[in-house]
Unconditional design. Structure first.
Length: 289
């Protein structure tokens, strides 16, 4: 699934191409992933795109109100597992599984392609924006060190589960959680409550570093991800643990292992990331008098 670096890369590409463009027409194919497709077809044509934002793993296309329309709306898009959002000339060949076409006033189209259709598209009224997006946590890329520590310090959940919880930090996913924990030398099954402040600060630096580096390399193309121009990312060549089970750790030479944390595959180095100690309660023996 595209995570923060992939969605940020797409957002930056669209931010360079879409603001100021007017949507002339909307054409839809399969619509089972679109909330109220009739509204999308009806309410978008004629509106000008004023901006592109990333909110966690969501893309928000901000739209100017139509003349005489009091309804202030945005277009909310989630790429799911296999979603792609690409700008191209109208005459460009149509990729299979392209389900939404947004015709622009400069001769291009914004196309949404999704093989598995686990993504989503919906009209987001301004009045509902807080209710829809407000439950998400701090942005993982923007969180300061103190905000990061405040969110994780003292929590009884596994650190891998905490990083994946979008109500704690929005934008993190399996790839960058595993990579960040490896860089910080923290085992994914450690409890947040058992991590010292120094370890949490090291984890904050590691997460910030891996996200920034991944954005610079335009994300990780594991399977279907491409940026807004249809190009693959390059950060998958820099992965140190993710999907590297059985390979040697580039730091210490130990063999990378895989375990399950919070229902997700988790890759770690047993040499660099020591497993938490299991505390066993002392048994009480009764001595007959």
């Amino acid at each position: 699934m595209p995570e923060l670096p992939e969605v940020e890369t797409v957002a930056r590409g669209l931010r360079a191409a879409l603001p100021g463009r007017r949507i002339l027409e909307v054409r839809l194919g399969k619509t089972d992933f679109i909330e109220d497709p009739a509204s999308v077809e009806r309410d978008l044509p004629g509106r000008r795109i004023s901006g592109v934002l990333r909110h966690g793993k969501f893309l928000v296309l901000e739209l100017e109100p139509l003349n005489g329309s009091a309804r202030d709306i945005s277009l909310l898009i989630h790429l799911g597992m296999t979603g792609q959002l690409v700008t191209c000339p109208e005459e460009a060949p149509v990729t299979p599984h392209t389900h939404a076409f947004f015709v622009l006033d400069d001769g291009r189209e914004l196309r949404y392609t999704d093989i598995r259709r686990f993504g989503s598209i919906r009209i987001l009224p301004e009045s509902s924006r807080g209710a829809v997006l407000g439950d998400l946590g701090l942005d993982a890329l923007a969180a300061t060190e103190e905000e990061f520590l405040a969110r994780l310090r003292g929590r009884r959940a596994r650190i891998k589960a905490l990083l994946l919880d979008q109500r704690v930090l929005r934008g993190m996913g399996n790839i960058y959680t595993d990579e960040g924990l490896w860089r910080a030398k923290i085992h994914p099954m450690r409890l947040g409550a058992n991590l010292k402040d120094a370890e949490l600060r090291r984890l904050h630096r590691a997460v910030q570093h891996v996200l920034t580096e991944a954005i610079r390399m335009r994300g990780s193309s594991i399977s279907d991800y491409v940026d807004s121009e249809g190009c693959r990312g390059g950060f998958q060549a820099r992965h140190r643990v993710y999907q590297r089970k059985g390979k040697k750790c580039s730091r210490c030479g130990a063999v990378i292992r895989r375990t399950i944390v919070a229902g997700r595959s988790s890759y770690f180095c047993p040499g660099c990331q020591p497993a938490p100690r299991i505390r066993r309660r002392a048994r009480m023996f009764h001595t007959p008098g």
